[in-house]
Design a protein around this ligand. Structure first.
Ligand code: HEC
Ligand code: HEC
Ligand code: HEC
Ligand code: HEC
Ligand code: HEC
Length: 394
């Protein structure tokens, strides 16, 4: 009994330590569900809800792989990732003392308890974005995530509206929700760096060069519509509101709109004009994504004559130029991704017996080679997503 009490006491202390300034009434997205059910359910489908390693096999295996290839302990790596993946974790570094005790297997488990707490598992949650008081934006990739924000006092939700009335929390208006929403996304999506300080995951950096008049939320949170922002009796008026999908290939059909493929015949070639319709590179974000255009030449009887493939992807290398994952990049080895707004012509020689071609656009969250190397098991990461198909006759 005594032991149970002391464990409970330590756990309570750890919670206080981990989230010193957060009242438990606001710490989890589940606390918001009583009133903002629709929004919470949209968010739950997004990767923001799966940014903790316990909910995402690719992140978990990446951390394992990194700890194998470097001298870092797992907890140290996770603390590092937390500045964007779990920004409300109020711990940045392990002390040297802790490092040695963990390395020798005599660790108190303090950091691990913080990193595995329910709060941390909630990921990029409601009180990540809606407690951002100030943003100190700069273009340095090592200063991202929680390192460039001040948080509001717990219980004050910032959002797009002035003077809203909620019995549960205070509310304040901030311009970076509707007027300048990219600033909010830039906190984490601007750019990051690998373990060796190489620039990776540069979506907003790419966007800055695009002259696009659309903002991140225009495409990733759908068009705004008039709807109630609470789903119970407290709903008073409909407001301009967007979906909290943070749409990606796993929870929407957004990828189909990313790229236009215009096929034509030029002499003995099939020419594909690829147009990037987004405001950043394709693929963007996490460095090991892969998009392919597969061309299957068929004869009059629909028999396959030849298959060609053109792949849009970046590859990264270690210090010695050997291919590795983006998180361990020392250098970029190759990059065939389409730049924002880029139009690119790609030619394929038409085989003599071909009468038509089937063109398929596919997407992979991680290449087959690295899915294997990281020993991923989940279908989500093993599968090739078929985005769209079309035919051209010669
Ligand atoms: C990644 C940042 C981010 C996260 C995480 C996030 N929101 Fe939002 N939220 C926004 C943005 C941006 C807007 C403004 C959207 C717009 O233009 O209408 C917004 C708007 C809102 C609004 C006002 C109504 C509306 O749709 O504009 C409410 C209420 C809200 N969010 C609740 C939540 C809740 C509850 C959660 C957790 C499930 C959550 N948000 C998670 C970014 C975020
Ligand atoms: C008891 C009900 C209730 C709960 C629980 C609740 N809210 Fe709200 N919230 C409201 C109401 C009511 C509004 C005002 C809606 C309106 O006027 O359209 C609101 C508005 C908001 C806004 C818009 C603020 C602005 O100024 O733009 C945000 C953001 C928000 N809530 C976030 C949250 C988050 C995050 C949680 C969970 C930690 C949460 N709410 C829990 C009732 C609630
Ligand atoms: C606090 C850091 C943070 C902020 C702020 C943030 N994001 Fe994210 N976002 C992430 C992380 C981390 C992931 C990856 C999570 C994972 O892998 O499970 C992510 C994933 C995404 C994805 C999913 C990509 C996919 O593969 O499906 C989209 C889309 C996205 N964010 C859009 C936005 C937009 C739009 C905003 C601004 C309104 C925003 N994010 C603000 C950290 C953030
Ligand atoms: C014109 C629409 C558009 C705009 C504006 C836009 N995106 Fe995208 N974004 C897309 C499409 C379509 C995709 C899917 C193709 C891909 O993965 O490259 C995508 C992909 C992504 C992904 C990767 C998803 C994945 O599966 O890995 C992230 C992260 C992302 N966008 C974030 C952002 C951020 C942050 C901004 C603002 C700086 C932004 N986007 C602006 C359309 C847009
Ligand atoms: C600068 C902010 C930032 C830091 C620091 C960061 N990430 Fe991310 N990470 C992101 C964003 C933003 C995305 C979403 C991009 C996308 O989906 O294309 C992401 C996506 C990922 C993904 C893809 C997950 C999926 O489901 O597809 C993995 C894996 C990942 N990060 C691993 C890590 C690891 C491991 C660390 C720490 C060593 C880390 N990240 C540190 C911002 C960051």
């Amino acid at each position: 009994m005594k032991k149970n009490i002391s464990i409970a006491f330590i756990v309570a202390l750890l919670f206080c330590y981990a989230y010193a300034d957060i009242d438990p009434r606001f710490a989890s997205s589940q606390a918001c569900k009583a009133c903002h059910k629709t929004i919470v359910e949209e968010w739950e489908t997004s990767l923001h809800a799966k940014s903790h390693f316990s909910k995402n096999e690719l992140i978990d295996k990446t951390i394992e792989y990194m700890s194998l290839k470097t001298t870092l302990l797992k907890d140290q790596i996770v603390l590092n990732c937390s500045s964007c993946h779990n920004p409300r974790v109020a711990k940045d570094k392990m002390s040297l003392e802790e490092f040695y005790s963990q390395a020798y297997g005599q660790d108190s488990g303090e950091t691990s308890a913080i990193l595995n707490s329910q709060y941390a598992k909630d990921g990029v949650n409601c009180i990540t974005c809606h407690n951002v008081d100030k943003i100190y934006h700069n273009n340095s990739p090592e200063n991202r995530g929680k390192k460039i924000v001040d948080w509001t006092p717990s219980g004050t939700m910032v959002g797009p509206f002035d003077n809203v009335d909620s019995p549960y929390h205070k509310s304040e208006y901030r311009a970076y929700f509707q007027e300048q929403p990219n600033q909010l996304c830039n906190i984490c999506h601007h750019s990051g760096e690998s373990y060796y300080g190489h620039l990776i995951c540069e979506t907003s950096n790419e966007y800055d060069k695009s002259n696009s008049d659309k903002s991140c939320v225009d495409c990733h949170m759908r068009e705004s519509t008039m709807r109630f922002t609470v789903d119970n009796k407290l709903a008073k008026e409909k407001r301009e509101s967007r979906s909290h999908l943070f749409a990606g290939v796993r929870n929407s059909d957004i990828v189909a709109a990313a790229i236009t493929i215009n096929p034509s015949r030029v002499g003995q070639n099939l020419r594909l004009e690829l147009v990037n319709e987004t405001a950043h590179k394709i693929p963007t974000g996490y460095g090991d994504r892969e998009m392919s255009i597969i061309v299957e030449f068929l004869d009059y009887d629909e028999n396959l004559v030849r298959t060609d493939q053109y792949t849009l992807k970046a590859t990264f290398g270690d210090e010695f130029g050997k291919e590795t994952i983006s998180q361990l990049a020392y250098q970029t080895l190759s990059d065939t991704r389409l730049d924002a707004g880029e139009k690119r012509k790609v030619d394929f020689a038409i085989p003599h017996s071909a009468s038509k071609a089937k063109i398929t656009l596919t997407y992979r969250l991680i290449s087959e080679k690295w899915a294997k190397e990281l020993q991923l098991k989940s279908e989500e990461f093993l599968k090739t997503y078929v985005v769209k198909e079309r035919y051209i006759k010669f």
